[in-house]
Design a protein around this ligand. Structure first.
Ligand SMILES: [Zn+2]
Ligand SMILES: [Zn+2]
Length: 741
C-alpha cells in the first residue's frame, strides 16, 4: 500500500524536506517528499500501515527546531511503481483555502558560527553563511514555493562544492542537503565596502577596513538581513552624537548589538527567559533592565532604565561584534522615514558623515526593521513586529467568511491579511504621515498580495475620518468594488488580544494615546464589554479638554496648563484660559496617554515629548525608582477623573512629597481604578476574562499592577504576546472583529 501524507504549518525553509528524507531512510521507507504551495507532501511507497504510523509519530517528535507543524494527514492511495529509495522531488503548485506558511528570516545558527570561525572549514570567515536551519527567507522570496530559483539567491550559481553539499545523496546528514540559500566564499554574495571617498574593497579587505572605520570613531552603514543599519562604537561619545545627528534622533535610546550573552550581562540583567529570547531564531532586540555601574552609555541609552540588546542576526554581525565588542546598531534611515533596503536608493541618499557602507549584492525584497521584544510575567511580548516574526501566521478560532485585508492605524502602520483560519500581520511600516511611508505601505501590500496570490473580498479599516490608512483603504476598496467595514480603534486593540487567545467574549481594557471614539471624541482610556464582534463601552477616563492639533501629543506642559485651569488652579496663560473656557480649537479626550504626559509634567519630571511617550517613560522610571528604593506609595484617591487626580497630586507636590512616591501613587491609583471598573463589569456580566491592550501597557509598572491585581481578584488576565499591544497590532484586531461578526 502507498500512503500520502500532507503536512501543514511552518514546514518550508526550515530544513524539513531533508529531515523527512533522513527519517524515511532510517526507517527503510521508499517514496518521495515535495513542497506543494505552502505545504509539504510525502509519499510512502509499498509501506505497511504500522510502519507508516511509526513514520508519522516520529515525524512529529523529531522535527527541526524552527519547524512548526499545524497538522499531519495521512491517507492510503493507490500503489505506484517506481524506483526503490527515497527522493526529494521538485516542488509543485497548489491552490488552498488557507494562507500558505512562508518561512521568516532566521538568525545565523551556532553551527554556522562555529564553521565560520574554523580555519580548516571552507566557509571560514564567510560572512553570509547559512544552512538548512538558518539564514534569510522571507526577505529574499520572490514567489512560492521556497526554492532557490524563487529567491534573490537565484542569480548566484552554486559552485561545485556547494552543489555537492546540496545534492549529496550519500551524505544527507550534512546540514546543507537541500539548503536553498547554500553558498560559500567561492560562489555566494561577498562583502563589499564602499568608502566615503568612493573606493571599493571586497572580501576580507572590506571587513577589516570596516572594523577600522568603527574603531577610529566612524559611522558605518551595514546591509543587514532586512535592510541597511547604522553602527558605531558605544563608548565613543562623539560618534554616538554624530549618529544622532545623521538620523535626526535627539534623545530616543539606541539598541545595541553584543557579541555574546556574557557581554550583555556586563551592562544589563538577563533572566533565563530573556537569554532564550535573545538566542531565538527571530534574533530580536530584547528590552532588558540596565545594570550600569557608570555613565558610559549615557548618550546611547539616555535616561532609559532599559537597554535594547540583540545578538548577531547574521555572519557579518557576528564577525564585526566579535572583533570590536558591543556596538550601537540602529536602522539605516532618517527618523520618521522608512527603512532603506535597496542598494540604489541607499546610495542615492548620500548620508553625510557615514564613512563606509558594508554591503553585499543580493537583493532584499522586503524591508524589515529589527523586531523589539521583552519578557513580561515570564512571557514574550513582541512590541515591534518585524524581522524574524513576519510573516508568521496567527491561527484563529474563527474562520473568515471572506478573505480580507485590514488596514490598521496611522501610527506604527501595519496591515493584516486574513483567509481561512489564518491572519498574517505585515512588518512594521512606520508613521503614515510621511509620504514615503505611504508608498512603502502600498508597495508592501502589493508584494504580499502577489506572494500569497491573495484576492481580498472585504476591507477593514479604522473609523477615524481623517486617517490616511482609511483613505488608502477606501481607494483600494473602491477600485475593486469590495465592501469596506470601519472598526473603532480601541475595540480593535481589545480584539487583538482576543484573537491571540481564541476568545469570543471578554472585558476589554484599552489604554493608549489617541483613537477616534463612537461619540466623535478622542478616546484612549476605555473599558468595554466585548462579545462577538461588538463592544459595549462600560467606563472610561473622564473627558478632559485640551487644545487640539499635533502639539497636544507633544507639549505635555501645555496640556498640564489646560487641565489645571479646568480643575480650578490659577494659571497665567490667557490664551489657554480663553481657549478652554470658550472651547476654541479644543478637543475632549479620555486619553490615558495624555494623562501620563500631564502627570509627568505636573511632577516636574518631563514636559515635552521629543519622541513618542518620552514623558510617560520618564514618569514610569520615577515609579520604578520608588519601587527599587522601597519608597512608600503615595495614596491618591482611586478615580478615573483626571481633574481630581491633578488636584491631589499638585497639593501633595507642594507639601514636598518625593515625586517618585507620587509617580508610583499615580500608577497605583490608575491600576486600582481599572481593576475596580473591571469588577463592576464582571458583577454585571459574570465574565472573568480581561484583555489588556493599547500602547500604555508598554508601561511595565502599570502592566504588572493590572496583571497581578486582576489575577488576585480571580480574573483570567490576557495580554498581547505575539501581536504588538501598540497601534501596530490593531490590524489584527480589525480582522478578528470581522471574523466574529
Ligand atoms: Zn546555520
Ligand atoms: Zn559555494
Amino acid at each position: 500500500m502507498d500512503y500520502e501524507i500532507t503536512v501543514t504549518g511552518l514546514v518550508q525553509g526550515v530544513g524539513f524536506r531533508p529531515y523527512v528524507y533522513r527519517l524515511a531512510k532510517s526507517l527503510g521507507i521508499s517514496g518521495d517528499v515535495r513542497n506543494s504551495g505552502g505545504i509539504v507532501r510525502i509519499r510512502l511507497s509499498e509501506c505497511d500501515e504500522e510502519l507508516a504510523n511509526r513514520f508519522v509519530a516520529e515525524l512529529k517528535d523529531r522535527k527541526p527546531k524552527e519547524a512548526c507543524i499545524d497538522s499531519i494527514e495521512m491517507k492510503p492511495v493507490e500503489q505506484r511503481t517506481g524506483a526503490a529509495g527515497f527522493f526529494i522531488v521538485p516542488s509543485d503548485e497548489i491552490k488552498a483555502d488557507e494562507l500558505p506558511d512562508i518561512p521568516a528570516d532566521i538568525g545565523v545558527c551556532t553551527r554556522c558560527i562555529s564553521e565560520m570561525k574554523d580555519l580548516s572549514n571552507r566557509r571560514y570567515a564567510y560572512p553570509y553563511i547559512s544552512c538548512a536551519s538558518c539564514g534569510p527567507r522571507y526577505s529574499i522570496i520572490h514567489r512560492l514555493p521556497y526554492d532557490r530559483e524563487n529567491t534573490s539567491m537565484s542569480s548566484y550559481l552554486k559552485c561545485d562544492d556547494c552543489d555537492s553539499d546540496y545534492n549529496d545523496e550519500n551524505n544527507p546528514y550534512a546540514r546543507r542537503h537541500f539548503a536553498q540559500t547554500i553558498s560559500c566564499n567561492e560562489c555566494g554574495p561577498q562583502a563589499i565596502l564602499r568608502t566615503e571617498k568612493g573606493e571599493e574593497l571586497s572580501g576580507g579587505f572590506a571587513i577589516s577596513r570596516a572594523c577600522e572605520i568603527l574603531r577610529y570613531g566612524g559611522i558605518l552603514a551595514i546591509k543587514g538581513i532586512g535592510g541597511y543599519q547604522f553602527a558605531c562604537l558605544p563608548d565613543d561619545t562623539y560618534a554616538v552624537l554624530k549618529l544622532r545627528d545623521i538620523k535626526g534622533r535627539k534623545k530616543k535610546p539606541f539598541a545595541m548589538l553584543f557579541p555574546n550573552i556574557a557581554s550583555i550581562k556586563e551592562v544589563a540583567l538577563v533572566s533565563r527567559e530573556e537569554e532564550e529570547l535573545l538566542r531565538s531564531g527571530e534574533r530580536p532586540i530584547v528590552l532588558l533592565e540596565a545594570n550600569l555601574k557608570d555613565k558610559s552609555l549615557k548618550f546611547v541609552c539616555g535616561d532609559s532604565t532599559n537597554i535594547g540588546a540583540m545578538l548577531p542576526q547574521s555572519g557579518i554581525h557576528e564577525i564585526l561584534s566579535s572583533v570590536l565588542g558591543p556596538m550601537v546598531l540602529t536602522s539605516g534611515n532618517i527618523s520618521g522615514e522608512p527603512l532603506s533596503y535597496k542598494d540604489e536608493d541607499f546610495f542615492r541618499h548620500e548620508f553625510e558623515g557615514i564613512e563606509g557602507v558594508l554591503y553585499y549584492k543580493r537583493d532584499i525584497l522586503v524591508p524589515e526593521d529589527d523586531s523589539v521584544t521583552r519578557i513580561l510575567g515570564g512571557k514574550t511580548q513582541v512590541i515591534r513586529y518585524a524581522r524574524g516574526y513576519v510573516p508568521k501566521k496567527l491561527s484563529l478560532e474563527r474562520i473568515f467568511k471572506k478573505p480580507l485585508i485590514a488596514f490598521g492605524g496611522d501610527l506604527k502602520a501595519s496591515f493584516a491579511i486574513g483567509k481561512g483560519r489564518g491572519v498574517i500581520l505585515s512588518q512594521y511600516i512606520g508613521d503614515l504621515e510621511s509620504y514615503a511611508c505611504q508608498e512603502y505601505f502600498k508597495s508592501s501590500l502589493k508584494r504580499e498580495m502577489e506572494l500569497y496570490g491573495f484576492r481580498p473580498e472585504a476591507i477593514a479599516c479604522d473609523k477615524h475620518p481623517g486617517y490616511t490608512s482609511v483613505r488608502l483603504a477606501k481607494e483600494f476598496a473602491d477600485k475593486r468594488h469590495i465592501p469596506i467595514i470601519g472598526v473603532y480603534h480601541h475595540h480593535a486593540h481589545v480584539a487583538s488580544v482576543m484573537a491571540e487567545h481564541g476568545l469570543t467574549h471578554a472585558i476589554g481594557v484599552a489604554m493608549d494615546g489617541t483613537g477616534y471614539g463612537k461619540d466623535g471624541r478622542i478616546w484612549g482610556g476605555e473599558i468595554f464589554y466585548v462579545t462577538g464582534g461588538t463592544a459595549d463601552r462600560r467606563s472610561h477616563i473622564e473627558y478632559f479638554r485640551l487644545i487640539g492639533g499635533d502639539e497636544a501629543a507633544k507639549d505635555a506642559g501645555k496640556d498640564l496648563k489646560c487641565l489645571m485651569h479646568a480643575s480650578g488652579f490659577s494659571i497665567e496663560d490667557e490664551l489657554i484660559k480663553t481657549a478652554i473656557d470658550e472651547h476654541i480649537n479644543t478637543i475632549e479626550t479620555s486619553s490615558a496617554g495624555r494623562l501620563f504626559d500631564i502627570i509627568s509634567a505636573a511632577l516636574g519630571i518631563r514636559d515635552y515629548n521629543t519622541y513618542e511617550a518620552e514623558c510617560a517613560i520618564a514618569l514610569e522610571n520615577a515609579a520604578k525608582s520608588a519601587l527599587k528604593n522601597s519608597l512608600t506609595t503615595y495614596a491618591l484617591p482611586i478615580t478615573g477623573d483626571p481633574h481630581e487626580l491633578i488636584y491631589y497630586l499638585i497639593k501633595a507636590k507642594h507639601k514636598g512629597i518625593d515625586v517618585r512616591e507620587l509617580a508610583l501613587g499615580f500608577h497605583r491609583s490608575l491600576a486600582s481604578w481599572i481593576i475596580r471598573e473591571c469588577e463592576a463589569v464582571r458583577d454585571d456580566k459574570a465574565d472573568n476574562n480581561v484583555c489588556l491592550s493599547g500602547g500604555c501597557f508598554a508601561n511595565q509598572v502599570l502592566s504588572d499592577m493590572c496583571r497581578i491585581g486582576l489575577a488576585t481578584k480571580g480574573f483570567h488576565v490576557y495580554f498581547n504576546e505575539k501581536i504588538p499591544m501598540n497601534d501596530q497590532g490593531i490590524a489584527v484586531g480589525q480582522a478578528y472583529i470581522l471574523a466574529l461578526q
